[in-house]
Each structure stands twice: as structure tokens, then as C-alpha cells.
Design a protein around this ligand. Sequence first.
Ligand code: TMP
Ligand code: ASP
Length: 254
Amino acid sequence: MSRRRQIYEGKAKVIFEGPEPGTLVQYFKDDATAFNNKKKGTITGKGVINNRISEYLMTKIGEMGVPTHFLRRLNMREQLVKEVEIIPLEIVVRNVAAGSLAQRLGLPEGRPLPRSILEYYYKSDELNDPMVSEEHVTCFGWATPQELDEIVAMSLRINDFLSGLFFGVGIRLIDFKLEFGRHYNNDDVRIVLADEISPDNCRLWDLRTNEKLDKDRFRRDLGNVAEAYQEVARRLGILPESGPVDVEGPKAIQ
Ligand code: TMP
Ligand code: ASP
């Protein structure tokens, strides 16, 4: 890890001061937690893979037209991002019943939903990230109604885009979690996608076999966790730097 001033340490990442004002460095750890830190472990190589997967997905989302905090990847475990004021909400987008939705409403896991659902959770470890409604969000000033409209529109665009992208590599996007922030640029404030998008915060099932290729393998002790993350990276056409992608090809002999 490089010598930078640490600003914040989360469960899966550390945030450092960036090299220029208005930038931050996100360092991806191998640590994994579930059920609000009750289950802890390490997934060897996860940080390297998530750094790459998140770089890839954030870049594509930016190219598609939704602004993100991502600037560039710095090395195996670090990426440079724009400094934003994080909106204290986790936005969960669901296409198929799974996880807490399946449990709460007694739905079989894997049942496609008639339409995509958005849920809001208030980011608070002490309170266990409680689910909240739009009314709570605006009443307590976590986001203005205009900001929330923008967050909803951006989340649905990201869902359509990522569903198609993953479908193209034989993966069903069951659900995922997003975080947004306010990016201040002189007098201008803009909502941008922040945090990361990786198998840590998505449910990704193989299209053919329904095999889980995400953090549920860790949450539910299914084994082969690192292998599942690697498989996602492989299908997206990105592998860790040491992988075959970076091996030099044959050289022409003069
Ligand atoms: P859930 O079914 O447990 O509510 O999770 C929905 C999606 O959100 C799933 O893809 C995992 C992701 N998620 C996070 O990224 N962080 C969290 O703290 C939780 C609870 C879920
Ligand atoms: N990341 C969350 C935690 O550690 C929950 C989860 O992803 O299951 O508590």
C-alpha cells in the first residue's frame, strides 16, 4: 500500500487522499464481510479482481452516458476517483427475487419480478442499514426530491445497461446495490455514481446453470469464492494483471 493519508476505512475498501485536490484513491482489500460485519473472512485476490471489474463497469457506464466518480485505475489494487459527498443511501435494484426480498416476502429465489424494483436503505452500520421509503429520504434531507428523481432515473438506466452487458457474457443480473454522491465543481453540483460495482455488491447467476458467481458464495459458505469472481472477470474479458492478458505476444525475428 502506498504512503498516502488515510481518510476512511470501510469493510472492503480504504479511502486515501488523492494526488490532486478533489481526488481520492480507493484501495480494494481482500477482506469480506456479510450480515453487517457478523461474518468476516478473506477472499484471496478479491481486491485485485474487484478493482478491475469495477474499473471496467464504471468506464462502460460513463461511456453510456451516466456520470461516475471513476477517473482511472492506478495499479493492481488502487483506483483514482473524484471526491464526492456520499449520499447516505444504498440503492438496491432487483430484477429477480433473491436474498432479503425472497426471505421477507416468502418468494422462491429465482422468480423473475414482473418489473424491476428499487429499494432504499439508509447507510448506518449502527442501525443495520434499515430499509427506508422515499418519504424518509426527503423528510430527513438525505437527498432532495430532485436528487432522488435523478438517482432513480440513473439507477434504472444502469440496470438496463448492465443487464444487457452481463447477458452478453452468459450472466443474469439478479440484483445489485449502488451508491451515489454529489460532485461539486465550482458552483455546479452533479449527482454521480460512486463506490464500486463488483461481485461484492451484485448477484450474478450463470444464465444456463444458475450457478452463483458472486458474494453469496461467501455469505452462504458455498466455496470457490475467488474462482467465481475470477470467472466473472474472465467472461468480461478482463483478468488480473498477472493473467494471460498481460503476457507479451510473440516477437517477429528480424
Ligand atoms: P439483499 O437481498 O441482501 O438485500 O441484497 C440485495 C443486493 O444488494 C445484493 O446484490 C447484494 C447487495 N448488498 C450490498 O451490496 N451491500 C449490503 O450491505 C447488502 C445488504 C446487500
Ligand atoms: N457488506 C455488508 C456487510 O458486511 C453486507 C453484505 O454484503 O452481505 O455487512
